[in-house]
Design a protein around this ligand. Structure first.
Ligand code: GTP
Ligand code: MG
Length: 399
């Protein structure tokens, strides 16, 4: 909830306070407070209602309503956002964002891994803007972003939370950094990101919604789907959809269905590193491992950013988690360039490679010649649909 002091601080710091009247600001604040109150009431009702067949539909509706209200709130809070230091242009082959509480050592790690010089300090919130650094590893340029430390409630606009979130949403991989003495930070960070529409380590639900003008809601689903038709219909109605064909091909929750309807979630992979291991003994490390394992993290990378320990393992893990395909280009009749690979996504095809080399290949692509793991034999002739493997050598033949 908003306390009066936070409310007034918000009024003072609102960048639009000069142009919009005090009354408008009060209205905005009140509607935000109203939303927060409503959200809290629904959360309480969900917590208090026992889940069974008879209440399933009702709870489903409440959850759908909750998603919608939270979305409205996030929308309101991002309204006045933006500003200095947060528009970081993407460079390199992939972008990794460091996510962590203040003072866990994000800037120290960035400095140790890259050419960047991010200010570090023993006080909280040293970094107030996004600092990029470039890490070259296994011939791939990886942009690392050091962002201000997240604190609990960041998604609700506390700290520089909402700007940070917008940077995180555009990353290819999230690198959670937690303090070895405070592994509980991990679950809190994930909670904040989830609240802000970031879905980690999962792909978008296999659900398709085709709106139509009439005919009501027609639900088509595969056998593994446990949500009842009434719950699916109710959820859609809660979001204002009364006519649609819905195809559900995966066992999803009401929240995941709401995610699809709202259509503003991002899906990003993540990994975990534990910093300051130089300060910890075996008992501490053991506890940290246990806490993270309970959160489903089987293999966090232990590092000391300060003493530059564990960094090679960390770089390898970042590279692996990004799941990239490096392709070496060989001009027809010439030597392959084995220094600067073309870097593509994990499941890239020859067509993706051709497009990345030159968009003008459009229509002029004839075939490609291929050497490497995905080739049946050296110089195999392949078409646009052929799926590439990391390390392949490719010659594109155009007309
Ligand atoms: N012992 C030890 N100290 C570390 C390590 N990494 C960072 N520190 C110290 O922790 C403090 C905070 O480090 P920063 O890199 O500024 O932390 P940050 O996460 O960037 O903090 P904010 O920018 O405030 O979010 C500094 O005093 C660092 O010297 C480490 O591996 N071991
Ligand atoms: Mg910092």
């Amino acid at each position: 909830m908003f306390s009066p002091s936070e409310a007034s601080a918000d009024l003072v710091s609102c960048p639009r306070s000069k142009v919009c009247s005090f009354i408008t600001l009060c209205d905005e604040l009140l509607s935000r407070m109203g939303l927060e109150e409503e959200i809290q009431e629904i959360e309480e009702e969900i917590a208090e209602t026992p889940y069974n067949k008879a209440t399933e539909e009702h709870i489903g509706r409440l959850k759908a309503k909750l998603s919608k209200l939270k979305d409205e709130l996030a929308e309101k809070e991002s309204g006045g956002g933006g500003g200095g230091g947060y528009d970081v242009p993407k460079h390199g082959d992939a972008t990794v964002a460091l996510v962590g509480f203040p003072s866990v050592g994000k800037s120290t790690l960035l400095n140790a891994l890259t050419n960047a010089e991010s200010e570090t300090g023993s006080y909280e919130f040293t970094t107030l803007e996004v600092v990029p650094g470039m890490l070259k590893h296994r011939k791939v340029d990886i942009q690392l972003l050091d962002v201000p430390g997240l604190i609990e409630g960041a998604s609700g606009g506390r700290g520089r939370g909402r700007e940070v979130m917008s940077v995180l949403r555009s990353a290819d991989l999230l690198l959670f950094l937690v303090d070895v003495f405070e592994p509980e930070q991990y679950a809190k960070l994930r909670g904040e990101l989830h609240e802000n529409g970031i879905r980690m380590d999962t792909s978008p639900p296999d659900v398709h919604i085709q709106r139509r003008d009439r005919g009501g809601v027609d639900v088509r689903k595969t056998d593994e789907v446990s949500l009842g038709d009434d719950v699916i219909e109710g959820t859609l109605r809660e979001h204002g959809i009364v006519n649609a064909v819905v195809v559900v091909r995966e066992d999803i929750s009401v929240e995941e269905l709401s995610d699809v309807i709202l259509d503003n979630r991002v899906y990003i992979d993540s990994m975990v590193a534990v910093n300051k291991v130089d300060l910890a003994d075996e008992t501490v490390l053991e506890r940290t491992r246990d806490v993270l394992a309970d959160e489903g993290v089987g293999s966090a990378v232990g590092v000391s950013a300060e003493e530059e320990r564990g960094l090679d393992t960390l770089k390898d893990r970042i590279f692996d988690e990004l799941d990239l395909t490096r392709v070496y280009l060989k001009p027809q009749g010439g030597e392959a360039d084995m220094e600067e690979p073309l870097v593509l996504d994990g499941e890239a095809t020859v067509g993706d490679a051709a497009e990345k080399i030159h968009r003008k290949f459009d229509g002029r692509f004839r075939y490609a010649k291929l050497w490497g793991e995905s080739a049946k034999h050296d110089g195999q002739q392949v078409g646009e649909d052929h799926e590439l493997a990391d390390g392949d050598v490719l010659t594109v033949i155009t007309s």
